[in-house]
Design a protein around this ligand. Structure first.
Ligand code: AMP
Length: 625
């Protein structure tokens, strides 16, 4: 098995192609490559010599899409259509998303709390995958401009705590951006590589990677041996970072200065104050005192902050990160003395106080701060890309599976269980359920390939799981397990966990597949990425809409007596509208009608729910009443 790099445009194999390393961050993103002359990784600068691309997308109602610095002003000018922090939404359902609605200007769609979250802008619905693909496309363009060559391959980093769905979503975003994602690499692994740790297969090390950015914090403990990076533990806080330090400064200034307190009430002044607080924080990384003047048309407020006050302000926040470190060390079952290196990542680790607290906790005299903490993850991704390109022959590459393996789910969609380029041997499992009441038999069809519509993938086999005891739809818990051994043999097992009923099959994914077939399959998946995503989104929207119609009809039939004539009438007409929308095969229309039915039924569903709770407390049901 091997990694097959392809040139999308020509459909040819090109081993000398550049592979870019991408740090797709919550706040900022970067792209890096290995400089062919120096052999060292470097972050690519854009037209205005800026290396960092803010992870912001502006969806202009006229259809234009702006990314990065160009999108930034619209956070204030048009917040409903300006999307930031989309990384927090990757691979998540609405119920998973912890961002409070007040902190974002754009609209998240709260429909089926189990399905993947979508973002509404104008009349269109976007997935986090599409939005991330816009950022990736921008980074790809930046690299192409810099290199004067087309780029088709990349390594993308993700946090160590990202689950399967989040990694798959990142992979899909890459594909949609026209990138063959050769590997998804953990951010702490990339940071270690950037410091040269793990490049010598003879050397074993245990490291802690402390990553404090603008909005998130995480700590990962890694054990590196023979080129394998094992994550022993990870801990963190997805709502803690340098932005909180800025807020602490603003609070301090407004607590100690009435003019500022009044100014914070003026929405136009707040962004200026925020910039000044960030400026103060950055200056205090070098200086002992900050002096500035907040000016507006008719105000000039002098502001100051000493290093000592600043450190007092951020201490409780830094303490929280140290608590996480403590927990991560406990989970890894390690003592500080057993750690060989501490690596610092993220802009906020430039703060001396942070560095000192980290040194103190880990009981180390020195920590790794030599590289630019904003760039370190992207630099490591470029090194991993170079390894994958075969330019570092001394480094052993583990075998990977060349095509994704998965099963068919509702709507003829491919559900990937083992993604392409996963290390072999590999074991992965996922749980499914039934969609029909009393379903006793399930057909499990196994496919290989990168396309969303299974008809374009290769069928490897199928089997029946029969004898599942009759249960209502959604009750059975069917676990499908894929085990790919080192010889490339795939064993698939299905077990209904409540009853224990199980069935197995063995297939050979690579059987009868030539390198040429493989290359063509990859090429097709890249060329058709947009159509595939549209197909998937449409099928998912239709399935969700049908489920909502079914559930709503059931609900109103059960609760007829509790609803007014007008509520019943209107609900039925919204159901008809949704049915009509489904038949249009237009995803946006289906989602819009879905949203409208949902918005209409929500208030009375909540009303009945409240009533049911009161009744239950009295020991009655609504029907008894
Ligand atoms: P990142 O998310 O890794 O790009 O980190 C961005 C955060 O680092 C923001 O909160 C910045 O204000 C902060 N930052 C950047 N430079 C400095 C500095 N010199 N001192 C303190 N914080 C900084």
């Amino acid at each position: 098995m091997a990694i097959i790099p392809i040139n999308i445009k020509e459909g040819t194999l090109k081993l000398e192609d550049y592979i870019i390393g991408i740090d797709l961050g919550t706040t900022n993103s970067l792209v890096a490559i290995i400089d062919r002359i120096s052999g060292k990784p470097k972050a690519i600068a854009g037209q205005n010599s800026e290396v960092i691309v803010p992870s912001i997308v502006y969806l202009n109602p006229n259809g234009e899409i702006l990314v990065g610095e160009d999108a930034k002003p619209f956070l204030v000018d048009d917040p409903h259509n300006t999307i930031f922090s989309v990384k927090r939404l990757m691979g998540k359902s609405y119920s998973d998303v912890v961002i409070s609605d007040s902190s974002i200007g754009y609209k998240l769609i709260d429909d089926n709390s189990e399905s993947l979250v979508k973002i509404k802008s104008g009349d269109k619905f976007y997935t986090p995958i599409e939005l991330s693909s816009f950022i990736l496309k921008d980074l790809k363009k930046k690299a192409e401009r810099h290199l004067g060559a087309k780029i088709s391959k990349a390594v993308i980093t993700v946090p160590a705590y990202f689950n399967d769905a989040q990694r798959q979503a990142t992979r899909d975003a890459g594909k949609l951006a026209g990138l063959d994602v050769l590997r998804i690499v953990n951010e702490p692994t990339a940071a270690s590589l950037a410091y040269g740790i793990g490049l010598n297969p003879e050397e074993g090390k245990t490291v802690a990677v402390y990553d404090l950015g603008g909005g998130t914090f995480d700590i990962s403990i890694l054990k590196i041996h023979q080129g394998v990076f094992e994550v022993l533990s990870t801990h963190g806080n997805t709502q803690l970072g340098g932005d909180d330090f800025d807020n602490a400064i603003i609070k301090f200034w407004s607590d100690t200065n009435s003019e500022i307190r009044n100014a914070t009430q003026l929405p136009l002044l707040l962004p200026k104050l925020r910039l000044m607080a960030e400026d103060a924080k950055k200056q205090l990384s070098g200086a002992m005192n900050f002096e500035g003047v907040l000016t507006t048309e008719n105000l000039a407020i002098p502001l100051s902050l000493s290093r000592e006050d600043f450190e007092q302000l951020i201490k409780p926040l830094v303490d929280k990160t140290i608590e996480s470190c403590k927990q991560a060390m406990k989970d890894a079952d390690l003592r500080c003395i057993e750690l060989d290196e501490i690596i610092m990542v993220g802009g906020s680790t430039r703060i001396e106080f942070v560095q000192n607290e980290v040194k103190k906790f880990f009981n180390k005299l020195s920590i790794n701060t030599a590289l630019n903490p904003d760039e370190v993850v992207a630099l490591g991704a470029a090194i991993e890309a170079d390894i994958l390109a075969g330019n570092r022959r001394d480094i052993l590459l583990v075998d990977v599976t060349p095509l994704s393996l998965g099963i068919e789910t509702l709507g003829g969609l491919m559900d990937v269980i083992i993604p392409r380029n996963s290390k072999v041997p590999q074991r992965a499992a996922r749980q499914y359920t039934t969609s029909v009441d009393g379903q006793g038999t399930l057909r499990i069809c196994i496919y290989q390939g990168e396309r969303d519509n299974i008809v374009h993938n290769r069928k490897l086999g199928e089997f029946l799981l029969s004898g599942v005891p009759g249960m209502p739809a959604g009750m059975p818990k069917i676990e499908i397990t894929f085990m790919l051994d080192a010889d490339g043999i795939l064993k698939v097992g299905a077990q209904e966990l409540r009853s224990g009923v199980e069935q197995h099959i063995e297939v050979k994914p690579q059987y009868g597949l030539t390198d040429k077939d493989l290359e063509q399959m990859l090429l097709d998946s890249m060329v058709n990425a947009k159509d595939d995503l549209n197909y998937r989104s449409l099928q998912e929207a239709k399935t969700e809409a049908q489920n909502l119609n079914y559930a709503t009809l059931n609900f109103i039939n059960k609760n007829k007596t509790e609803l007014s004539e007008s509520e019943l009438e209107k609900t039925k007409s919204y159901i008809d509208l949704l049915k009509a929308a489904i038949s249009t095969e237009n995803k946006d229309q289906i989602l819009k009608a879905h949203d409208e039915l949902n918005d209409f039924t929500k208030p009375y569903a909540e009303r009945l729910m409240d009533k049911a709770i009161v009744m239950a407390l009295k020991g009655k049901t609504i029907e008894d009443n």
